[in-house]
Write a protein that binds this ligand. Structure first.
Ligand SMILES: Nc1nc2c(ncn2[C@@H]2O[C@H](COP(=O)(O)OP(=O)(O)OP(=O)(O)O)[C@@H](O)[C@H]2O)c(=O)[nH]1
Ligand SMILES: [Mg+2]
Length: 204
Protein backbone atom coordinates (compact mmCIF):
# COMPACT_ATOMS: atom_id res chain seq x y z
CA UNK A 1 0.00 0.00 0.00
CA UNK A 2 1.46 3.33 -1.03
CA UNK A 3 0.40 5.89 1.56
CA UNK A 4 0.08 9.24 -0.19
CA UNK A 5 -1.76 11.12 2.55
CA UNK A 6 -2.64 10.55 6.19
CA UNK A 7 -4.31 13.02 8.53
CA UNK A 8 -6.28 13.10 11.75
CA UNK A 9 -9.98 13.81 11.14
CA UNK A 10 -11.41 14.01 14.66
CA UNK A 11 -11.12 12.74 18.23
CA UNK A 12 -14.59 11.51 19.02
CA UNK A 13 -16.37 10.24 22.11
CA UNK A 14 -19.88 9.80 20.71
CA UNK A 15 -21.49 8.75 17.41
CA UNK A 16 -22.56 12.29 16.45
CA UNK A 17 -18.87 13.13 16.23
CA UNK A 18 -17.86 10.22 13.99
CA UNK A 19 -16.95 11.33 10.47
CA UNK A 20 -19.91 11.12 8.14
CA UNK A 21 -18.75 8.93 5.30
CA UNK A 22 -19.08 5.43 4.03
CA UNK A 23 -15.37 4.88 3.56
CA UNK A 24 -14.11 1.54 4.84
CA UNK A 25 -12.80 1.68 8.37
CA UNK A 26 -10.33 -0.41 10.39
CA UNK A 27 -10.17 -0.02 14.19
CA UNK A 28 -7.28 -0.86 16.47
CA UNK A 29 -7.96 -2.57 19.77
CA UNK A 30 -5.73 -3.91 22.49
CA UNK A 31 -4.33 -3.53 25.94
CA UNK A 32 -3.14 -0.11 26.98
CA UNK A 33 0.51 0.43 26.00
CA UNK A 34 0.59 -2.64 23.73
CA UNK A 35 1.46 -0.56 20.66
CA UNK A 36 -1.77 0.34 18.82
CA UNK A 37 -0.74 3.91 18.01
CA UNK A 38 2.77 2.74 17.08
CA UNK A 39 1.23 0.21 14.69
CA UNK A 40 -0.70 2.98 12.95
CA UNK A 41 2.39 5.15 12.61
CA UNK A 42 4.51 2.31 11.23
CA UNK A 43 1.85 1.29 8.73
CA UNK A 44 1.50 4.90 7.53
CA UNK A 45 5.25 5.75 7.61
CA UNK A 46 4.56 8.59 10.03
CA UNK A 47 6.64 9.06 13.14
CA UNK A 48 4.01 10.60 15.39
CA UNK A 49 0.69 11.02 13.59
CA UNK A 50 -0.92 8.83 16.26
CA UNK A 51 0.39 9.97 19.64
CA UNK A 52 2.35 7.30 21.48
CA UNK A 53 3.77 7.13 24.98
CA UNK A 54 5.80 4.83 27.18
CA UNK A 55 3.09 5.37 29.80
CA UNK A 56 -0.22 3.53 29.39
CA UNK A 57 -3.44 5.44 28.79
CA UNK A 58 -2.17 7.84 26.12
CA UNK A 59 -5.05 7.43 23.69
CA UNK A 60 -8.28 8.49 25.42
CA UNK A 61 -10.74 9.06 22.62
CA UNK A 62 -11.61 7.46 19.30
CA UNK A 63 -9.09 9.05 16.96
CA UNK A 64 -10.15 8.86 13.31
CA UNK A 65 -7.43 9.07 10.66
CA UNK A 66 -8.07 9.39 6.95
CA UNK A 67 -5.64 7.68 4.59
CA UNK A 68 -5.29 8.33 0.86
CA UNK A 69 -8.67 10.08 0.99
CA UNK A 70 -10.18 6.62 0.82
CA UNK A 71 -10.28 4.83 4.18
CA UNK A 72 -10.11 5.36 7.93
CA UNK A 73 -8.00 3.94 10.72
CA UNK A 74 -9.51 4.41 14.16
CA UNK A 75 -7.18 4.46 17.15
CA UNK A 76 -9.08 3.23 20.19
CA UNK A 77 -8.09 3.73 23.84
CA UNK A 78 -6.53 0.63 25.36
CA UNK A 79 -8.04 -1.56 28.06
CA UNK A 80 -6.53 -3.04 31.19
CA UNK A 81 -5.03 0.16 32.53
CA UNK A 82 -5.14 -0.22 36.29
CA UNK A 83 -5.13 3.46 37.22
CA UNK A 84 -8.61 4.25 35.95
CA UNK A 85 -11.62 4.62 38.16
CA UNK A 86 -14.64 2.33 37.88
CA UNK A 87 -16.70 5.18 36.46
CA UNK A 88 -14.10 5.93 33.79
CA UNK A 89 -13.85 2.27 32.90
CA UNK A 90 -17.62 2.02 32.49
CA UNK A 91 -17.66 5.12 30.27
CA UNK A 92 -14.80 3.64 28.23
CA UNK A 93 -16.73 0.38 27.86
CA UNK A 94 -19.81 2.17 26.58
CA UNK A 95 -17.84 4.31 24.15
CA UNK A 96 -16.03 1.32 22.64
CA UNK A 97 -19.05 -0.95 22.61
CA UNK A 98 -21.18 1.65 20.87
CA UNK A 99 -18.53 2.25 18.26
CA UNK A 100 -17.76 -1.42 17.58
CA UNK A 101 -21.35 -2.58 17.41
CA UNK A 102 -22.94 0.37 15.57
CA UNK A 103 -20.40 1.56 13.03
CA UNK A 104 -21.58 0.14 9.74
CA UNK A 105 -18.47 0.77 7.66
CA UNK A 106 -16.23 -0.97 10.21
CA UNK A 107 -14.62 -3.70 8.08
CA UNK A 108 -12.41 -5.31 10.70
CA UNK A 109 -10.83 -4.82 14.09
CA UNK A 110 -7.09 -5.23 14.37
CA UNK A 111 -6.51 -6.76 17.79
CA UNK A 112 -2.96 -6.04 18.89
CA UNK A 113 -1.40 -8.46 21.37
CA UNK A 114 2.09 -8.53 22.82
CA UNK A 115 4.21 -11.40 21.46
CA UNK A 116 6.29 -11.46 24.64
CA UNK A 117 3.44 -12.57 26.91
CA UNK A 118 0.39 -14.81 26.61
CA UNK A 119 -2.78 -12.82 25.87
CA UNK A 120 -4.36 -11.48 29.09
CA UNK A 121 -7.88 -12.24 30.31
CA UNK A 122 -8.89 -8.84 28.87
CA UNK A 123 -7.42 -9.79 25.48
CA UNK A 124 -9.44 -13.01 25.49
CA UNK A 125 -12.56 -11.06 26.49
CA UNK A 126 -12.05 -8.59 23.62
CA UNK A 127 -11.52 -11.40 21.12
CA UNK A 128 -14.65 -13.18 22.36
CA UNK A 129 -16.60 -9.93 22.18
CA UNK A 130 -15.61 -9.46 18.52
CA UNK A 131 -16.51 -13.05 17.68
CA UNK A 132 -19.83 -12.73 19.51
CA UNK A 133 -20.81 -9.71 17.40
CA UNK A 134 -19.43 -11.28 14.21
CA UNK A 135 -16.93 -8.45 13.77
CA UNK A 136 -14.07 -9.60 11.52
CA UNK A 137 -10.85 -9.69 13.43
CA UNK A 138 -7.14 -9.61 12.54
CA UNK A 139 -4.56 -10.42 15.21
CA UNK A 140 -1.28 -8.50 15.19
CA UNK A 141 1.30 -10.13 17.46
CA UNK A 142 3.54 -7.13 18.03
CA UNK A 143 6.88 -6.28 19.69
CA UNK A 144 8.48 -9.21 17.83
CA UNK A 145 11.80 -7.33 18.09
CA UNK A 146 11.69 -8.01 21.83
CA UNK A 147 11.56 -11.78 21.37
CA UNK A 148 14.39 -13.94 20.02
CA UNK A 149 13.60 -15.14 16.52
CA UNK A 150 14.11 -18.77 17.60
CA UNK A 151 11.21 -18.27 20.06
CA UNK A 152 8.75 -16.60 17.67
CA UNK A 153 6.84 -19.74 16.66
CA UNK A 154 6.54 -20.86 20.27
CA UNK A 155 5.10 -17.49 21.33
CA UNK A 156 2.81 -17.34 18.29
CA UNK A 157 1.42 -20.74 19.23
CA UNK A 158 0.76 -19.57 22.81
CA UNK A 159 -1.16 -16.56 21.44
CA UNK A 160 -3.29 -18.80 19.21
CA UNK A 161 -3.99 -21.29 21.98
CA UNK A 162 -4.78 -18.70 24.65
CA UNK A 163 -7.22 -16.86 22.39
CA UNK A 164 -8.58 -20.17 21.09
CA UNK A 165 -8.10 -18.54 17.70
CA UNK A 166 -10.58 -19.34 14.97
CA UNK A 167 -8.46 -20.98 12.22
CA UNK A 168 -10.09 -18.61 9.72
CA UNK A 169 -8.69 -15.57 11.53
CA UNK A 170 -5.38 -14.18 10.33
CA UNK A 171 -2.49 -13.60 12.71
CA UNK A 172 0.58 -11.55 11.76
CA UNK A 173 3.94 -11.31 13.52
CA UNK A 174 4.85 -7.64 13.70
CA UNK A 175 7.28 -5.07 15.04
CA UNK A 176 6.70 -1.33 15.01
CA UNK A 177 10.37 -0.97 15.79
CA UNK A 178 11.75 -2.79 12.74
CA UNK A 179 8.71 -2.79 10.43
CA UNK A 180 8.73 -6.58 10.36
CA UNK A 181 5.37 -7.90 9.11
CA UNK A 182 4.26 -4.63 7.57
CA UNK A 183 3.71 -5.95 4.04
CA UNK A 184 1.83 -8.96 5.34
CA UNK A 185 -0.32 -6.74 7.56
CA UNK A 186 -1.23 -4.49 4.60
CA UNK A 187 -2.10 -7.48 2.49
CA UNK A 188 -4.44 -8.81 5.19
CA UNK A 189 -5.99 -5.39 5.87
CA UNK A 190 -6.62 -4.83 2.16
CA UNK A 191 -8.53 -8.08 1.90
CA UNK A 192 -10.92 -6.94 4.61
CA UNK A 193 -11.24 -3.34 3.51
CA UNK A 194 -12.20 -3.83 -0.07
CA UNK A 195 -14.73 -6.64 0.34
CA UNK A 196 -12.72 -9.25 -1.49
CA UNK A 197 -13.69 -11.81 1.08
CA UNK A 198 -11.62 -13.33 3.82
CA UNK A 199 -10.43 -16.27 1.84
CA UNK A 200 -6.64 -16.17 2.18
CA UNK A 201 -6.36 -17.63 -1.32
CA UNK A 202 -8.39 -14.83 -2.93
CA UNK A 203 -6.47 -12.43 -5.16
CA UNK A 204 -5.24 -9.05 -3.96
N1 LIG B 1 10.30 -2.48 21.01
C1 LIG B 1 9.07 -2.17 20.61
N2 LIG B 1 8.39 -1.20 21.29
C2 LIG B 1 7.14 -0.90 20.86
C3 LIG B 1 6.53 -1.56 19.76
N3 LIG B 1 5.27 -1.06 19.60
C4 LIG B 1 5.13 -0.12 20.57
N4 LIG B 1 6.23 -0.01 21.32
C5 LIG B 1 6.43 0.90 22.48
O1 LIG B 1 5.40 0.63 23.42
C6 LIG B 1 4.97 1.84 24.06
C7 LIG B 1 3.48 2.03 23.88
O2 LIG B 1 3.17 2.24 22.52
P1 LIG B 1 1.82 2.97 22.05
O3 LIG B 1 1.78 2.82 20.57
O4 LIG B 1 1.70 4.32 22.63
O5 LIG B 1 0.73 2.01 22.74
P2 LIG B 1 -0.87 2.13 22.71
O6 LIG B 1 -1.38 0.73 22.58
O7 LIG B 1 -1.31 3.09 21.66
O8 LIG B 1 -1.18 2.66 24.18
P3 LIG B 1 -2.49 3.48 24.74
O9 LIG B 1 -2.75 4.61 23.81
O10 LIG B 1 -2.04 3.90 26.08
O11 LIG B 1 -3.60 2.49 24.79
C8 LIG B 1 5.83 2.96 23.44
O12 LIG B 1 6.91 3.21 24.27
C9 LIG B 1 6.27 2.36 22.11
O13 LIG B 1 7.49 2.90 21.64
C10 LIG B 1 7.29 -2.59 19.06
O14 LIG B 1 6.85 -3.23 18.11
N5 LIG B 1 8.54 -2.83 19.56
MG1 LIG C 1 -2.40 4.81 21.82
Amino acid sequence: MKVTSADIVISAVKPEQYPESDMPEIALAGRSNVGKSSFINKMLNRKSLARTSSKPGKTQKLNFFIINESFHFVDVPGYGYAKVSKTERAAWGRMIETYLTKREQLKAVVLIVDLRHPPTADDVMMYDFLKHYGIPCIIINTKADKVRKSQWQKHLKITKETLDLDPNDQIVLFSSDTGYGKDEAWSVLNKYMWDKGTDPLSQD
